[in-house]
Structure formats: structure tokens, C-alpha cells
Design a binder for this molecule. Sequence first.
Ligand SMILES: Cc1ncc(COP(=O)(O)O)c(C=O)c1O
Length: 412
Amino acid sequence: MNAPDPHASERRVSEPRDPADAPAPASPPAASARPPAAPERPPFPARIGDSLDQVDTPALMLDLDVFEANLAAVHGAVARAGLALRAHAKAHKCVEIARRQVAAGAVGLCCQKVGEAEIFVAAGIGDVLVSNQVIGASKLARLARLSHQARVGVCVDHPAQVAALAQAVRAAQGRVEVLIEVDVGGARCGVTSTAQVLELAHAVQAQAPYLALRGLQAYHGAAQHRRSPQARREAIAQACETAEAARQALLAAGLPCPVITGGGTGTYPQEAASGLYTEVQPGSYVLMDADYFANEPDPAAPVLRQALTVRCQVISERPGQVVLDGGLKAFAVDSGLPRPLAAGWRTASVSDEHLVMRHIAGETPVALGIGDRVEVVPGHCDPTVNLHDSLVVHRGGRVVDLWRIDARGALF
Ligand SMILES: Cc1ncc(COP(=O)(O)O)c(C=O)c1O
């Protein structure tokens, strides 16, 4: 008897004569043979009730006591001056913060992007000004649709914007309020003559009832960061002259100008005292950053403190130097390097995932080694917040809440 052909069955399987003889399709690999699913990343770097030493790093932190004090101080000062406060949400992009600003008396929010406005309106904010120019059919259609859910405003500085906006708002059968942006010294957006103000105002009026002229946007961003209070005062005095000329031109032509809005954390006391502005738009005041602290304080303004930090951990050490686990992906550096809150240490350099700190010459540095935690103040709060998914909210050394950065990345 011949020995059985060890390949016989293989040949049968690989060369069936009749399709009915074809082998059953190979069964899927056993679960254990599949590549393992990526483990789920924890949604937050901490849990409510954690001590600060249990917070994973790098984490965006909000000191709730300081946040509440800053909120009360600025809202109180603006209310005493008799103006409206429309908080700028581009600084924090966080629904929970927006709700607290409205609860503290804000008439509504400013947003810089339609996508931000959509998120805040969906969360129940009823009055949003997109304090910016909006271009493009898709964004304009979204803005027009939003006006069915909330009071919506937007800025213009060119007749083409008015025409495109009117088309979108008419198509949606909505109603959008329009502010003519005047360049009051920032040399960013804004018209530069009263003739342009009048041209735009007439163009807006011609689109009633879809568009309604609400007044002027007169924001001077550069003035916020002039270091001396005198320089900030002078810049806003100049801004007021330009805005007043635009307002007078509108009134002389029989056109309405119920609102003049602008100002931010660095200059709102000046706009508030001007007797001209009806509304201010501070944003950073609830968080603050190292660049704002480089301003000489205005004796007439309430003192604000640093509420926002990024908590980091030392991952490497050598004599005179430690390295933290947060770099360019945890801090924006457009307005200067982050500032560690560790006596005797300074930021020497920042790369993607690292912040190198060295001793400050002539100072006695606090001892730091592997695993130690350091709070770091970002140079600029707005783009730093936009790098993080959430805020770890703390009070009295404990995590008391976790707030999402809801509009993170809402760029269009
Ligand atoms: C139009 C406008 N209004 C208000 C603000 C708020 O400024 P801050 O966050 O410095 O208070 C900004 C910030 O860039 C802005 O662009």
C-alpha cells in the first residue's frame, strides 16, 4: 500500500472541480490575533476631588477663586461706569465660562468665528456679535441661519461684504445686525474715512429688514499692550476722536448709531470712561497671561490676578537645569515665553514637548527635581487655551470641576 500523499487534501482545496466543492471562506482571525484597539485616552487629566498632585500633566488649570474675583472686578467696574459688557469668548472658548459671564451681567458674547458663535448659541447664549469680517457663502449662510436662534451681529468694512451678507440673510429669511468697523488706530480691519462709513451705512440700510445698522465697532487691539497707562490712555483718546467723527457723520446723515463697541482687558477702563463707547469687549480678564502682566498697571483699574496656568512636571534634571513636560503644544509663545511660577527659575527655551528652565543668576532657586510640579503662566492666554481640550478647575488645593474647551479649533 502506498503511503498517503501528504499534499492530496491541499490540492483538492486549491483546485476544486466544482464550485460547490469550494471550501468555506476562511473564518475571521480569532480576536486575539487582531491588532489590539488603542487604549482609550482619559477624557480629562484629573478627576473631581483630586489633589493638585494627582493632576496629570501638562494640564490647563483654572484657579476658581481668582477667576471669580477677576470676573466680579471687571463686571463691577463696567457696570459702575454705566456701559454694557459683551465678553469676548475667543479668549476661553468655554461654554461654562460664557454662562458665568452672562450670569455676572454680560449682555452677550463676542466671538471671532462663525463656528464659535454656533457653539455658544447652541449652548443657550442668546446674543452674539461676531466681532470680525465674515467672508464666503458657506459661513454667511450659517451666520444667517443662526439669526433664527439668537440675536446675531457682525462687522463689515467693505461694500462687497454687505452685498454678500444681505444675499445670505435674505435667502435664510433671517435678520442680522451690522456694525461698521472703523480703524481707530490698530491698522488691522476697519474703514479709514467717514465717507466709507456713510457708504456702508447706506448700503446696510438699503437691505432692511434683513440687515439692521447697529453702530460702530471701534476696537484698538494694539493699544491694549502698550506698556504704560499713559500710552494706553493716549491711544484710546485718539480712538475716541476717530469713532466720534464717524458717529457724527452718521447722525448728520440721519442714520442711527446706538452702539459703539470695542476695548479689551488692557484698555476697557479708558473706553468705559470715554462717555462715547456704549459697550466693551474684554476677553482675557478672566484668565490673564504673562504679556498682560508686563503692562504697568493702571491705578484707576481693578487689580487682576493670574487665573490660568499650565501645570507641568519635571521630567529631567541636571545641575542648574530642569526640563518640564510641556512645550509648544501646551503653550503659545507668540507674546513671549511662558513664565514658571518657581522662585529663582526662568524659561531658557521651549521646543515641541519640552520647556527647559535654568537658574536665574544671583537668585536662590527653589529646589526642583524629577516629578516635581510647576505652574507655568502662558505668554498669551487665547492661543494657549486653544491647544487644550479642557480646563482643570481648582480651589483650595483640590480639583472642583472639569470644563471643556468647547470651541477649541472652531476656526471657520
Ligand atoms: C475685536 C476684539 N475685541 C475684544 C478682544 C478682547 O481682547 P482681550 O482678550 O485682550 O481682552 C479682542 C482680542 O483680540 C478682539 O480682537
